[in-house]
Ligand binder design. Structure first.
Ligand code: IMP
Ligand code: MG
Length: 179
């Protein structure tokens, strides 16, 4: 896998430090509450599993899966629910946990759909944000790093289901996805 990576953007240590910081912020903001962390599969699982352990107040987790990307590098604009949540959302404080906010189409759609279920509040925690590519009016309430418009992989992020298990985030060599 390593030979497909052009450069390392964020090391394991940098990621750990940032996630710890986000966990502390969330713990402070939600003190006395019991937020529900909603992980959007599959890209956010690594971030989710580290983030939840960086939160030191009670919280619950749930998962949903939507498809918008297929195996390519561009959003199709079509967001389909592949797996819905098990938890009723009425009155809950929701935190949607995403790996990366790109065009924003996925999260814009998700946020709208989950709002209809009457949660008390909804916020978005995105490890990474590519603001230059935004097409939908959505932003992260908790954001790890703002990244340039490059295709990146690792720490949950994939290209064609590969590289999710890299412990760092790196820029994929363009020849890999133009092949
Ligand atoms: P959006 O709807 O365009 O914001 O799509 C967000 C989703 O696209 C993320 O959850 C990722 O699965 C995927 N994505 C966007 N940019 C990248 C990238 O640089 N590497 C890997 N996946 C990406
Ligand atoms: Mg994703």
């Amino acid at each position: 896998m390593k030979e497909d990576i052009q450069s390392v953007l964020y090391s394991k240590e940098q990621l750990a430090q940032k996630v710890r910081q986000l966990g502390q912020e969330i713990s402070r903001d939600y003190a006395g509450k019991n937020p529900l962390l909603v992980s959007v599969l599959k890209g956010s699982v690594v971030f989710m599993s580290d983030l939840m352990r960086a939160i030191d107040i009670p919280c619950q987790i749930d998962f949903m899966m939507v498809s918008s990307y297929g195996s390519g590098v561009k959003t199709s604009g079509v967001v389909k629910i592949m797996k819905d949540l098990d938890t009723p959302l009425e009155g809950r404080d929701l935190i949607i946990v995403e790996d990366i906010l790109d065009s924003g189409k996925t999260l814009y759609y998700l946020k709208g759909m989950l709002s209809d279920r009457q949660p008390k509040s909804i916020r978005i925690a995105a490890l990474l944000d590519k603001p230059d590519r935004r097409e939908a009016p959505v932003s992260a309430d908790y954001c790890g790093f703002v990244v340039p418009d490059q295709f990146i992989v690792g720490y949950g992020l994939d290209y064609a289901e590969k590289y999710r298990n890299l412990p760092y985030i790196g820029v994929l060599k363009p020849e890999i996805y133009s092949e």
